[in-house]
Unconditional design. Structure first.
Length: 525
């Protein structure tokens, strides 16, 4: 007996399975109707220019009011940290500081904040920065939230300004500049005072210069069972030196700092005291710290000038100013003057010194060739604020993994004397040809024998690396107590005697008899 009511299945037709031949051989085209440019704009919002659909008022941070309003804010990044899905940024424009929570879509590698970087923010609301929300950050009383790529009304732009441009020089004034009429910061300490106990002051500040930027290394944390990246930045001022530890996401910022040039004003740094395993006190950056990179004010300018003088005095390698003098005119010109060391000193110490050239006839009183060979320091150069030494003409910098060409170490040469005075050889700046003439002017056969050159090729200072220990010892003995005529040049910059050439470097038997007499006269002057 048939049912009076139709079944549900009767309203649907049975699906027929497609044969393999009927199926499309082409792969499906993925996508949901959006173009590639639309997807790129959402996934990588920093890659597209921001075109606001409303008006924004440019306003300094100190004049921001809480509430709903469209603000355009330009400031510099003085601290930041990262968490899952967002960055916490602290900005300063010289008037005040503010906190920004920037939520991003996708990977955090889309953005790379840098300390000292100039940022522009389009914000639609400002909130009061209470301690429960942003913590205790000095001069920070307001906050905002940015959703780049998700909210068309808020946006953030990270600027990469050209060095020396007007934008790069803007917004360099630190906070708290106008507290005292003399322009000095309250709580600003020398590095020595800070390490000696000034870290106990809650609002302490230090003004330091970057000396070196170390290589990245990984440190394992037993407490958190994780690994963290770390680099150690050498910092110093005119009183002391220390190490600034930079962790994790801040490492790319430190990689851009230039040794002996970049100045840092660090507010409320952390300090780890020396203990049984750590022989020195080290500083770091905490949650409440602020870092002004290359601040522009009177004490920072004074420190830069002081650092330049200290770097010039302590530098081992100074580039030879090849364009300052005409080599042939200085060595063979008609107005060549023979100076004594005392006359040179008198002329360069004048109130208005000028560029000049001349000749010196000196006796080599000390040679350190074998000492530097034993220490593997015959050749050297500076890279990343670190001096590289080797007994060959190239070396690899462990910080930047770059192969560098080395120059002869000026400390190969000790004291030079004449009848009026003495000068340290390591304070001279040598031309490469002058090094060759000084070392091998009277020892061409010695070099050819040691380096295996039988084709008559002229020796070079680079051949020193191929000499055996015996030949190096013979060369040192031949140069010691020899008399050399040096053609030199002097200019206010770099402010040192530069050896342009060596016309003769010969050893005379009667020079030995005069050494004691000349040395006695020099010691008495």
């Amino acid at each position: 007996m048939s049912s009076p009511f139709p079944s549900i299945q009767s309203f649907f037709s049975r699906e027929v399975a497609l044969e393999k031949a009927d199926r499309s051989s082409s792969p499906p085209n993925p996508g949901d109707g959006f173009t590639a440019s639309e997807i790129e704009a959402v996934v990588h919002p920093s890659s597209r220019p921001f075109r606001p659909s409303r008006e924004y008022d440019a306003c300094p941070i100190a004049e921001l009011h809480t509430g709903m309003h469209n603000y355009l804010i330009t400031a510099r990044l003085v601290n930041f940290s990262s968490a899952a899905g967002h960055y916490f940024l602290v900005l300063s424009d010289g008037t005040a500081a503010m906190a920004v929570k920037m939520y991003y879509v996708g990977s955090s590698s889309e953005y790379q904040p840098l300390l000292g970087q100039r940022l522009t923010i389009w914000a639609t609301a400002i909130s009061a920065g209470n301690q429960a929300e942003i913590g205790h950050i000095p001069f920070c009383s307001v906050a905002t939230t940015i959703y780049p790529g998700r909210n068309g009304a808020t946006h953030i732009e990270f600027h990469l300004d050209e060095a020396g441009s007007e934008e790069d020089l803007s917004l360099r004034t630190p906070l708290d500049m106008d507290v005292r009429p003399d322009g000095h910061f309250p709580g600003l300490l020398t590095l020595k005072s800070y390490l000696s106990g000034g870290y106990e002051i809650g609002a302490a500040k230090v003004l330091v210069c970057v000396r070196s930027v170390g290589p990245r290394r990984t440190v394992a944390s037993r407490k958190r069972e994780a690994q963290y990246n770390l680099i150690e930045v050498g910092v110093y001022d005119d009183t002391a030196s220390s190490v600034l530890k930079i962790w994790q996401e801040k490492i790319p910022s430190a990689k851009l700092w230039v040794p002996n040039q970049t100045v840092l004003l660090i507010s409320q740094p952390t300090c780890s005291l020396a203990d049984g395993t750590n022989c020195r006190a080290e500083i770091g950056l905490g949650y409440s710290s602020m870092v002004d990179v290359d601040p522009d004010y009177s004490e920072a300018r004074w420190l830069r000038a002081k650092i330049r003088d200290m770097a010039k005095k302590g530098s081992i390698i100074i580039s030879y100013p090849a364009a300052t003098w005409d080599l042939q005119l200085a060595m063979h010109g008609p107005s060549t003057t023979l100076f004594s060391l005392a006359e040179v000193e008198e002329q360069v110490r004048n109130q208005d010194p000028s560029t000049f050239t001349g000749k010196l006839s000196v006796v080599v009183l000390e040679m350190n060739l074998m000492d530097n060979w034993r220490k593997t320091t015959i050749y050297c150069t500076e890279c990343c604020g670190i001096t590289l030494y080797a007994n060959k003409t190239t070396a690899m910098c462990k910080n930047c993994d770059t192969q560098r060409d080395l120059s002869l170490n000026p400390r190969l040469l000790g004291a030079l004397i004449d009848e009026s005075g003495m000068i340290a050889g390591n304070k001279l700046i040598w031309n490469d040809d002058a090094w060759t003439e000084f070392l091998f002017g009277a020892a061409t056969e010695l070099v050819s024998e040691g380096s295996g050159q039988d084709d008559g090729t002229a020796p070079s200072w680079k051949d020193l690396a191929g000499l055996s220990t015996t030949l190096l010892r013979d060369l040192e003995a031949q140069l010691l107590y020899s008399r050399a005529t040096l053609t030199f040049g002097w200019a206010p910059e770099p402010g040192r005697l530069c050896i342009i050439g060596v016309e003769c470097s010969t050893f005379r038997e009667d020079d030995k008899d005069d050494i004691d007499h000349v040395a006695a006269i020099s010691e008495g002057t």
